[in-house]
Design a binder for this molecule. Structure first.
Ligand SMILES: Cc1cc2nc3c(=O)[nH]c(=O)nc-3n(C[C@H](O)[C@H](O)[C@H](O)COP(=O)(O)OP(=O)(O)OC[C@H]3O[C@@H](n4cnc5c(N)ncnc54)[C@H](O)[C@@H]3O)c2cc1C
Length: 385
């Protein structure tokens, strides 16, 4: 058993943190600081040039050919160095739910068409699964895809789509056979300019302001026959694979954010004085910091364990992903709330940036399947359901 980084992992982890600290500082002329100005496309391109958008993608398709633990190490590094968690979420959402599924399930032609652009940042990907009446119960989706001649025709709506308003390519799910439930779901690649495809609206939200969320409409949207990813009626395994990647790895960057947050809290507990002494001398304050450190350490172990299991092809990876997601997201919210408490009013006001982590963290208990759904997955693994 070895808990240390390999040389390559250390390189990507440290280089990503340094890159983020120096290159992902958004200038005021470009909507800065951090995420005040919405999506920062130049920041996205910089991340792509650094290699983040295609880290686990094969080199022949424009990626860096790194394994999952190395990718997770880099994402943790960038989360540590970058305060624009919306930007980092956009990169993660595209990587785990569009780019990797294309690499795993796409035809050679689809890989050639999309992967180089997704890796070099000229294309931003988004995942279109949720509908207003199909969230946790995702396979109740009603977006319909029908084969007409040599085309697919899609009708329906998708909502809460991360990067929906600004993406270039969408991996969307629709039913090709409503009578077959989960076995009727198929996956399609949809370009932003596909006829009959429309961004309905941007949906304002609590946090991660650096990436917009949107609602999409398919109105007799016509796609070529080769827009289908995988086989007809075999979209669910593609969706499940993308969700497993998300659960296990999307919060690696949150580990970096929690580390930065913890360091700020330790510094504040040492330097802020009340009643003639540093507040860290009060046991209720130091206990709070200790609990934050404990949550971060357990979260880290679980994310790296998932990456390790997955890279070995271990079937335990799926439950490990659900456990990691549950642990990291709950820890992220709790640590962010503790940070606000520890800073007092300075934690509550916008100018210190402490409250932003709390707003950014809340979505993590909902996306990739709510934490109730993660518990259901783990309970099934324990043969309880
Ligand atoms: C920040 C963010 C980003 C997102 N990005 C995307 C995206 O890019 N693409 C996309 O397709 N979707 C996206 N989503 C949507 C997300 O996948 C759904 O919100 C999520 O699956 C939950 O569905 P829902 O919101 O409809 O909640 P509901 O399913 O209505 O759930 C409501 C409540 O009921 C509980 N519940 C429901 N069913 C069960 C059950 N069986 N057992 C126990 N409890 C249950 C839930 O846990 C929750 O507390 C995003 C959501 C957020 C918050």
């Amino acid at each position: 058993m070895d808990f240390s980084f390999s040389e390559t992992q250390r390189h990507w982890h440290e280089a990503a943190a340094e890159f983020a600290r120096t290159e992902l500082v958004r200038p005021e002329s470009d909507g800065g600081p951090a995420d005040r100005g919405g999506f920062w496309r130049e920041g996205y391109r910089r991340c792509a040039r650094f290699g983040l958008t295609g880290l686990p993608v094969a080199e022949e398709h424009g990626g860096r050919g790194q394994d999952l633990p190395t990718t997770v190490a880099a994402m943790e590094g960038v989360g540590y160095g970058c305060e624009d968690s919306g930007l980092i979420f956009a990169i993660n959402a595209a990587l785990w739910t569009v780019t990797l599924p294309i690499q795993l399930y796409g035809t050679e032609e689809q890989k050639r068409q999309y992967l180089p652009g997704l890796c070099d940042g000229s294309l931003v990907g988004a995942n279109g699964a949720s509908e207003s009446e199909a969230g946790s119960d995702i396979y109740a989706m009603t977006t319909r895809a029908e084969r007409r001649g040599d085309q697919w025709v899609l009708n329906g709506r998708k909502t809460w789509i991360t990067a929906g308003p600004i993406a270039d390519v969408y991996l969307c799910y629709a039913t090709t056979d409503p009578g077959r439930g989960i076995m009727g779901i198929s996956a399609f690649l949809v370009g932003r300019d596909a006829p009959g495809f429309r961004m309905v609206r941007e949906i304002p939200k609590l946090g991660m302001k650096g990436v917009p969320m949107g609602e999409l409409a398919f109105e007799d949207c016509r796609l070529p026959a080769d827009a289908l990813v995988g086989r007809e009626g075999r979209g669910a395994p593609i969706f499940q694979a993308s969700m497993e990647f998300e659960r296990g790895a999307i919060l690696a960057s949150a580990l970096g954010t929690m580390r930065r947050q913890l360091e700020r809290c330790i510094h504040h507990a040492r330097s802020r004085r009340q009643f003639g002494q540093p507040i860290g001398k009060f046991q209720s304050v130091s206990n709070r910091v200790v609990d934050m450190a404990l949550r971060l350490e357990t979260s880290r172990l679980m994310v790296y364990r998932y990456a390790w299991l997955k890279s070995r092809g271990d079937e335990e990876a799926s439950a490990a992903a659900a456990m990691a997601k549950l642990q990291v997201s709950e820890s992220f919210v709790q640590n962010s709330l503790d940070a606000v408490r520890l800073f007092g009013a300075a934690g509550y006001v916008e100018e210190t940036g402490i409250e932003r982590d709390l707003r950014d963290s809340v979505g993590s208990v909902i996306f990739s399947g709510t934490n109730d759904i993660q518990r259901n997955i783990i309970a099934q693994r324990l043969r309880l359901g």
